[in-house]
Design a protein. Structure first.
Length: 403
């Protein structure tokens, strides 16, 4: 007999209910966060940070422009020859000083020297041919005189029948031949003289060619490049040496075209070279270019140096500084204090012990300082911008001073 269990025999299992936590469980994290935020706020805005500062004041200001450039030479020449040949001598080397007219190199002149000797021999022969032609002319004149005298004798005798007509005709023919011979002799002299002139011109050309085997310095200068050695075969016009007149060396700088209105010939300049950072060389503006670069919008200026660097080289790079104007009582600031914030250019200033940002309009200046045109006034304290933020609590450092 089957016995069915009663429903009470089955017990329904239920998940135990969670214990509800009260609002206190959020208080501790919130308190920790607030404590951290408060600590951060105190660190950021409550603790004073030492900052380098300067007090603005008016003072004289020299407005300068700076531009890169390099050493160049106004008088620079490539020594070469108009002939092709083999170099027999190169008499100078790099850094050698030469004087105008000094022989600096030679080509093998055996061929041109032989050409001169041949031309001179031809000229000598042409001169002798003139002497021979002159002698022939004298002979032709004598023959003509003799033929004319015989003609003058024979014709009257033939008219009287004292001589035959054949003798008279022969005298006439002889006279005509003598006259033609004299004409030929005169033309032969002209031809001999023309040939002699041509021969002497050939001598001059051969001597000039021989002279071209010798290369001379066109002016006093210094050898800055030597590209060939004895034994080298050179073509016509090939460079052998490069000479520079050291008195013509200038510093060629390129400035923005905006300064053309104030830049003048004769303005003082100072030059510095990366090879000797602590050495400044004085100079002045020699000349200005009359053409602006269409791509860079720059204009060139050549500056004469009062003295060359101890070890100079053409193309040596440096920086030129030119004083455009100098004014008194100008409010300016060191460029190290100028900063950008929120896409504005300006200065950080001190207000009630905190850093405040102030947009400023700047004017021209020099490498170290810039003119302040508006935004701040004399007597205000400006701050070095590194690490600053609005309302940062600050204290000025011992290095602070008048600006």
């Amino acid at each position: 007999m089957n016995v069915q269990p009663s429903p009470d025999a089955f017990v329904t299992l239920r998940r135990p209910e969670r214990r509800r936590r009260g609002p206190l469980r959020y208080l501790l994290p919130a308190a920790v966060f607030l404590a951290f935020a408060a600590s951060a706020a105190v660190m950021r805005y409550g603790i004073a940070h030492p900052v380098e500062s300067a007090v603005l004041s008016t003072a004289p200001l020299a407005v300068e422009v700076r531009a890169p450039g390099n050493l160049d030479a106004i008088r620079e020449v490539t020594v070469s020859t108009s002939l092709a040949g083999r170099l027999s001598t190169v008499a100078v080397d790099l850094n050698d000083r030469v004087t105008s007219g000094e022989i600096v190199a030679r080509l093998d002149d055996s061929g041109p020297a032989a050409d001169v000797a041949s031309a001179e021999a031809t000229a000598t022969a042409a001169d002798r041919a003139i002497d021979t032609a002159l002698a022939d002319l004298d002979r032709a004149r004598a023959s003509l005189a003799n033929a004319r005298a015989n003609h003058d004798r024979q014709l009257p005798l033939a008219a009287r029948g004292a001589v035959s007509q054949a003798n008279a005709d022969s005298a006439v023919a002889t006279l005509q031949e003598a006259e033609a011979d004299l004409t030929r002799s005169a033309k032969a002299i002209d031809q001999a003289r023309a040939q002699a002139a041509s021969a002497h011109a050939s001598v001059k050309a051969a001597r000039a060619k021989l002279d071209d085997t010798v290369m001379r310095a066109p002016f006093d200068g210094i050898v800055v490049a030597r590209s060939r050695n004895p034994g080298d075969v050179v073509t016509a016009g090939a460079s052998v040496l490069t000479l520079v007149d050291p008195s013509s060396i200038v510093f060629s700088a390129r400035f923005d075209e905006s300064i053309l209105g104030t830049l003048r010939v004769g303005m003082p300049a100072s030059l510095g070279f990366s090879s000797d950072p602590g050495h400044v060389i004085a100079g002045h503006v020699l000349r200005l270019d009359r053409e602006v670069d269409e791509e860079t919008r720059e204009v060139g200026a050549d500056i004469v140096l009062d003295a060359l660097p101890e070890n100079w080289a053409l193309g040596q790079r440096g920086t030129a500084r030119i004083t455009l104007t100098a004014r008194d009582d100008v409010l300016s600031v060191p460029k190290a204090f100028i900063a950008r914030h929120n896409d504005e250019t300006g200065l950080w200033i001190e207000k009630n012990g905190r850093a405040r940002w102030q947009a400023v309009r700047f004017g021209p200046g020099n490498a170290e300082r810039a003119e302040i045109q508006s935004g701040v006034a004399s007597g205000e304290t400006v701050l070095a911008p590194k690490g600053l933020f609005p309302f940062m609590r600050i204290t000025t450092t011992a290095e602070s001073g008048k600006s």
